[in-house]
Write a protein that binds this ligand. Structure first.
Ligand code: OAD
Length: 230
């Protein structure tokens, strides 16, 4: 029984029409990280930050899962052992493809959180600066995403998942953002075999036992069929 842990990044959703961050037309070439993805940026200009995430939420609602998301959902359903998907993506395409166990380490676009009391709720399509929290009434509504300088979510559970992995697979991530970029080393240290599926070799490609290059919509279904023995 192989215990599989999968890390996904923006590349898995690229063919669904959601932009990546660091490609030549990526979000971080158009926007300044400091402005839209830090607590300091939000404190300076919450309207700008909400506009940024409102636009990303609109794109996400228009997008559909692609064959890579569906293949991973099929793997979770058919594989005889555990399958855990840890995603850096804030979209909900894994869930919409049918995957149940998704660890959103960078949060979720479709959720809102109160910066004052921590209460969380389903985000309205358009969040606005100063909107009151339904629990405490404070006007500190923010997207439930992780910004640079903040602790990613599920960091109590993820090290245990990596330790228990027999196979660690990284899909569609450039390997530039920690702690996710180090998961391959964490998993390898406790004996997991490691595989990268990406359009191009990532920053950490040398750390993997095997790397395959190509679009996720082709590579992932092919790999899933291999694992399921068809
Ligand atoms: P990046 O934009 O850094 O990297 C995306 C990776 O996907 C690149 O290596 C591309 O080559 C690859 N790629 C692009 N299209 C692909 C396709 N069709 N099939 C397979 N691979 C493809 O995105 P992430 O690594 O996910 O964090 O970025 C990590 C984090 O940095 C994000 O979660 C976000 C960002 O800043 C926060 O906002 C906190």
């Amino acid at each position: 029984m192989t215990n599989i842990v999968i890390l996904t990044g923006a590349g898995v959703s690229a063919e669904s029409g959601l932009g990546t961050f660091r490609n030549t037309d990526g979000l971080w070439t158009e926007y300044d990280i400091e402005d839209v993805a830090t607590p300091e940026g939000f404190a300076r200009d919450p309207v700008l930050v909400h506009d940024f995430y409102n636009a990303r939420r609109d794109n996400c609602l228009r997008a559909r899962p692609n064959p890579a998301h569906y293949a991973l959902a099929r793997l979770e359903k058919k594989h005889s052992g555990p399958v855990h998907i840890i995603t850096q993506n804030v979209d909900d395409l894994h869930e919409r493809a049918g995957t149940r166990a998704v660890w959103h380490m960078h949060g979720e676009l479709m959720r809102a959180r109160c910066a004052a009391c921590g209460h969380g709720w389903d985000a309205p399509r358009r969040m606005r600066a100063g909107a009151p929290c339904p629990a405490c009434g404070n006007g500190a509504t923010r997207p439930d995403v992780v910004w640079f300088g903040e602790m990613p979510f599920h960091m109590h559970e993820i090290p245990d998942l990596l330790r228990a992995a027999d196979l660690f697979v990284s899909i569609g991530t450039s390997g530039n953002v920690y702690p996710a970029a180090a998961f391959v080393q964490d998993a390898a240290r406790t004996g997991a075999r490691t595989l990268e599926l990406n359009l191009e070799p990532s920053a950490g490609a040398r750390d993997f036992d095997e790397t395959r290059q190509g679009p996720a919509s082709a590579l992932v279904p092919q790999w899933v069929e291999e694992v399921l023995g068809r």
